[in-house]
Design a protein around this ligand. Structure first.
Ligand code: UT7
Length: 380
């Protein structure tokens, strides 16, 4: 008798959200000493999206999550767990995941942020899959979201040309067929912590007038060292996760890599002896969106019809920490009939409006209550 396949997570919904504002290389050349030619030839990036007023990591993450729920035709109240991978949360406290949970009306979900730099989404996917494999959870939202424009130093040409803002999300469910997660790897090397970091604003160097004056709240990076790390760890991760998943490299149909630099991806392809055409790329339009880059690329690859039923898809990230993570998936979604999808959509929108109204009411109640207390204290 064939052995039953262990329980695993499968992607059943996906979505993305990017700000409207486009910043081109020429726009950047008007701000710092750089050129379209330098940025394109050294990175492969032409444009990136930049958040405007009112747009934050949480608002982008919420929209990406709503789009993922829409694709799966799922009810936010059925979500068990929300994982938001980000290194640019809306606030140090509370977590961005709680803001997303509230905005979705996901009233039965646990919610938590995780920070693994640009590897964060793949870390989250691995942990979401494990939460499902354990039997503890059935519906897990994994989101990668970052607004790097809020932490890059717009006067530092060596970093500001690289990053962009955005969010991507997937909804995971237990797989009942051939699809789902085949194998995963996670890695970290804290000895490289200083290569990519925001020095101030944490417990080591709390915010002060001095830290602001020294521009220590901005991201700093040793680009060459990170480049060396990335070109080593990316092909290694691809090989390791493929082997762990029982796949030969020529059985991998798509690699969805972290979109940091075209040259890093080309080097990894060469080192794995895989054609670059099997690496999905969109960094030309979005730049490096940190934790959002892998889910945005996955979402676009699906929407453009690149990924077909039965394909083996490998997701791989690397970044601050230093960290790296990879997951191999078989893409074999079961055909589901979404009866009454319009009614579910209407219900979801009602839930979102109610979540917004509830937040406003609570805010109004709190502020009125505080004013009332102050007023009674004054009149005593
Ligand atoms: O997602 C997190 C992971 N981050 C990464 O993966 C980033 C990894 N690193 C890289 O992608 C590359 O190192 C960079 C794209 C950041 C830099 O490319 P590079 O080919 O390694 O350039 P470099 O740092 O060696 O600098 C070469 C020259 C320097 O000038 P000198 O010293 O040779 O005169 C830089 O000052 O290019 C200069 N430069 C620039 N020139 C024009 C650095 N940035 C710029 C710029 N425009 N924006």
């Amino acid at each position: 008798m064939a052995e039953a396949r262990p329980r695993c997570g499968e992607v059943v919904g996906w979505g993305m959200s990017v700000p409207e504002r486009v910043l081109s290389n020429d726009d950047l050349a008007a701000m710092v000493d750089t050129s379209d030619q330098w940025i394109r030839s050294r990175t492969g990036i032409s444009t990136r999206r930049v958040a405007g007023a009112g747009e934050t990591t949480a608002t982008l993450a919420t929209q990406a999550a709503r789009n993922a729920l829409e694709v799966a035709d799922a009810d936010p109240r059925d979500v068990d767990l929300i994982l938001v991978a980000t290194s640019t949360p809306d606030h140090p406290m509370p977590s961005t995941a709680c803001l997303v949970q509230n905005a979705l009306g996901a009233i039965h979900a646990g919610a938590v942020d995780l920070n693994a730099g640009c590897s964060g989404f793949v870390y989250g996917l691995v942990m979401g899959h494990q939460a499902i494999a354990s039997g503890e959870h059935d519906l897990v939202l994994v989101i990668g979201a970052d607004t790097m424009s809020r932490v890059v130093d717009w006067g530092d040409r060596s970093t500001c040309v690289l990053f962009g803002d955005g969010a991507g999300a997937v909804l995971l469910r237990p797989s009942h067929g051939d699809g789902g997660v085949l194998g995963t790897i996670l890695g970290a090397d804290g000895a490289g912590a200083e290569l990519l970091r925001i020095p101030a604003g944490g417990s080591a160097l709390p915010a002060s007038g001095e830290t602001v004056a020294k521009r220590q709240h901005f991201l700093g990076m040793d680009g060459r060292q990170v480049y060396r790390f990335a070109t080593r760890v990316l092909p290694e991760s691809i090989r390791q996760v493929a082997a762990k998943s029982g796949l030969a490299l020529d059985e991998i149909d798509w690699v969805i890599p972290h979109q940091a630099n075209m040259r890093i991806i080309e080097t990894a392809a060469k080192r794995c002896k895989m054609p670059t055409e099997r690496f999905y790329l969109n960094l030309e339009r979005f730049g490096n969106t940190s934790a959002a880059s892998v889910p945005i690329a996955l979402c676009e690859a699906l929407e453009q019809g690149c990924i077909q039923d039965g394909d083996n898809v490998l997701l791989v990230g690397f970044g601050a920490g230093l960290t790296w993570a990879a997951a191999a998936l078989r893409w074999a979604p079961e055909a589901e009939e979404h009866r009454g999808a319009w009614l579910h959509r209407w219900l979801r929108n009602l839930l979102y409006s109610w979540a917004r109204a509830r937040t406003r009411l609570r805010h109004l109640y709190n502020t009125t209550f505080v004013r009332l207390i102050r007023w009674t204290q004054r009149s005593e």
